[in-house]
Design a protein around this ligand. Sequence first.
Ligand code: PXL
Length: 279
Amino acid sequence: MRQKRIITIQDLSCFGKCSLTVAHPIMSAMGLEVCPVPTAILSTHTAGFQNWTFRDLAADLPAVAAHWKSQGLAFDGISTGYLGTAEMIGMVADYFRLFPEMVKIVDPVFADNGKLYPAFDMDYAKGVAGLCGLADVIVPNLTEATFMLGEEYVPSGYDEAYIHGLLRRLAALGCRTAVVTGVNYDGAHQGAVAYDSAAGTYHQYFRENIDVSFHGTGDVFTSALAGAVVLGKSLDQALKIAVDYTVECIKATMPDIKEHWYGVKFEACLPELIRAVNE
Ligand code: PXL
């Protein structure tokens, strides 16, 4: 049987443990054949560093897809993350059209904690909302979810009815399944909540809340979730695998938080992820 094959399309931040430098190793460890498409090369990520380099690789995106198509290659999934420019959103949509058999997982990656990342504006947010409409599974945090819907960001004090409503409005963008990350109802637990609009079912998985914030945890979460979904795990299993792995990565990094603020030590926890996937 052919190994499950997934495209991961996002930037390559050479330092900082996010996007491709976490997605590729995580999904390889899960047993997938990973085909990375870098949208841009940056010296570091843009959250906490200054004066990073940025080389736009947009021109390569259509050429890579066209070559793959000409070679008769097929893919089981695609996972998208930080792209870099609005122009790339349409190019990623073309990948979806060229390889319609793929499971399409879109992480919007343009904002967090109520704020846009430095490179983006609300037009970009609207463009990504359109891409979410073409996806099977979308994985926004609460900031991205509300910004894409043109709603006010609610940092805390919301309840389950609010999150379920938000998920239904996200699914109405056009995707089958919406997952919202960073949900914390009671101050003591944090997790992810999902809505499968075709089945009409809600799914959730929570762990203890750890009151720290590391960069790149969203990318770690989405990589594990996308890998699990493409491997054929149920939504409940995929949520558990991704939340547990993210929590373990945070815990492994906590003792070193001052030195290691820029990302999590995901490598140390790969053996646990491999066990969870093969259980
Ligand atoms: O982790 C998301 C991410 C990915 N890539 C780059 C980023 C960010 C978040 O700031 O700057 C370049």
